[in-house]
Design a protein around this ligand. Sequence first.
Ligand code: GTP
Length: 189
Amino acid sequence: MLLGDSGVGKTCLLVRFKDGAFLSGSFISTVGIDFRNKVVEVDGTKVKLQIWDTAGQERFRSVTHAYYRDANALLLLYDVTNKASFDNIRAWLTEINEYAQEDVVIMLLGNKADMAGERIIKSEDGEKLAKDHGVAFMETSAKTGMNVELAFMAIARDLKMKKTRQPADPKFNVAEYVDKEKKTSGCCS
Ligand SMILES: Nc1nc2c(ncn2[C@@H]2O[C@H](COP(=O)(O)OP(=O)(O)OP(=O)(O)O)[C@@H](O)[C@H]2O)c(=O)[nH]1
């Protein structure tokens, strides 16, 4: 499930992942909730992701709250050019605490990382906030595609590991996996 303030790029991120395209031009706010499916392969196993795109606007909150409980993973977005969207992350995490399952996987994403000239939130600030709350973090761009595949594939891997894990197997940690992948790809915070 994609969460975050209106305009941070949730729909664009999903469209980039699903169709490999970027929705530029006029911004059409999501009304309520919408979903798209995508089947991906993780180590030879097919994983069907059902990705729910929520409306960031306050007036739809009561609609979206009803869906938190069934979510296995949450991608929580802010916009690196919009301070309010970053400041609101704590409030989003409080809502998640209240409505989502305790073991839900959470990934914090600083989107619009392509907008270097207009950036307000530093990558280190996102990193710190994520660390404070024990969640995975990366910066993304729905426009260039930076880290979009990595974000969704890390979630797919986590969900697959949860389903197939034997009691003796070590636990999969999505935050550690993402840090390792970011380092090996040498790319983009
Ligand atoms: N430069 C840049 N623009 C982006 C990016 N992602 C989204 N946008 C733009 O930001 C605006 C809002 O994007 P949406 O994906 O509709 O935002 P949303 O979070 O789904 O908004 P709500 O549906 O209202 O919750 C659009 O004009 C997009 O073109 C990005 O990574 N880079």
